[in-house]
Design a protein around this ligand. Structure first.
Ligand SMILES: NC(=O)c1ccc[n+]([C@@H]2O[C@H](COP(=O)([O-])OP(=O)(O)OC[C@H]3O[C@@H](n4cnc5c(N)ncnc54)[C@H](O)[C@@H]3O)[C@@H](O)[C@H]2O)c1
Length: 286
């Protein structure tokens, strides 16, 4: 009997809502490399999975830490195709604008750069973006800054952009704008990275969740107006589950999605379309 080859799957934010669901789902057929900044929660979860027969390496640390990144690269680099499911992130109710941009975008760029030398044909990445990134019209000058998050003075440039968009006085505050920009940047990053990854036989995509009932999602619902508005505007009539996202990630990381790259998949119960239609109707009503 031949055994199916087991792929290595690196899941970031693995102690969080979506990270846990992805670990449970992918870990049924793949070997897991899990990472999160909250060490005790990560270790407890990894032990739970091991007790259930999963094959798990757990490495706690901050996504911005170069040493952590090189250890993670070592964990997945065995000359075979690997998958990345990148869920680590911060939202406006959890952190300030700077930390949001640092984790959601700057650390994502660093992670991809660290992994890229180890890409082999068949490697695939699924980055978790957000429906928030779809709520902003494309602005060429802003996109140009966001396209190079490791450039000197990047956060200072972003601060000016956020202030120019209304800053602290805007409905979502500095953090809300930073979150939207960071997730919009993931959409464009995926488009450009796919051009480089394609010739290597690799794919990269993103998922934009709508309102998902994870610890982060619940914190947004409790603390921000935008989250409740999005939930209200979601035509399927419920908040999403972390497993809704994990199922989409499993599809995008599978051979069934071999013609899907450089694009974003909204997994939002129709909420983004609902929000846009409500905003257009409100504008028309004056
Ligand atoms: N929940 C939602 O409604 C929703 C909606 C749209 C997008 N998203 C995005 O989905 C992703 C996953 O969110 P979630 O709902 O599972 O949130 P969550 O808060 O449950 O999980 C996120 C995990 O990321 C980890 N993390 C944060 N900063 C880190 C850092 N510097 N280094 C390493 N790990 C770090 C946290 O410890 C946490 O375990 C995020 O990128 C989020 O922006 C969530």
């Amino acid at each position: 009997m031949t055994l199916l080859p087991r792929r290595k799957v690196l899941i970031t934010g693995a102690a969080g809502g979506m990270g846990r669901a992805c670990a449970r789902l992918f870990g049924a057929t793949d070997d897991l490399v899990l990472t999160d900044v909250v060490a005790p929660a990560l270790e407890t979860f990894a032990e739970e999975l091991r007790a259930d027969g999963y094959n798990v390496v757990a490495r706690a640390g901050d996504m911005s830490d170069d040493q952590l990144l090189s250890s993670l690269v070592g964990d997945v680099s065995d000359g075979k195709p690997f998958a990345l499911v990148h869920t680590a992130g911060l939202s406006p109710s959890l952190a300030d604008w700077r930390a949001i941009m640092q984790v959601n975008l700057v650390a994502t760029e660093k992670l991809l750069r660290a992994l890229e030398p180890s890409l082999v044909p068949g490697s695939v990445a699924v980055l978790i973006a957000s429906s928030a990134g779809h709520m902003m019209p494309p602005l060429a000058e802003v996109d140009a800054v966001l396209a190079d998050p490791l450039q000197p003075g990047f956060l200072e440039m972003v601060e000016q952009i956020i202030k120019g968009m209304g800053g602290a006085e805007s409905p979502g505050g500095m953090g809300g704008i930073s979150y939207t920009l960071s997730k919009r940047a993931i959409h464009t990053l995926v488009q450009s990275r796919a051009q480089e990854w394609g010739p290597k036989g690799c794919r990269i995509t993103s998922i934009s969740p709508g309102m998902i009932l994870t610890p982060m999602g619940k914190s947004e619902i409790a603390n921000t107006q935008g989250a409740t508005q999005l939930l209200d505007a979601t035509p399927v009539g419920r908040g999403g589950t972390a497993m809704d996202i994990a199922l989409a990630a499993r599809f995008l990381a599978s051979d069934e999605a071999s013609f899907i790259s450089g694009t974003d998949l909204l997994v939002d119960g129709g909420g983004t379309a609902g929000m846009k239609m409500r905003m257009a109707a409100a504008q028309q009503a004056g």
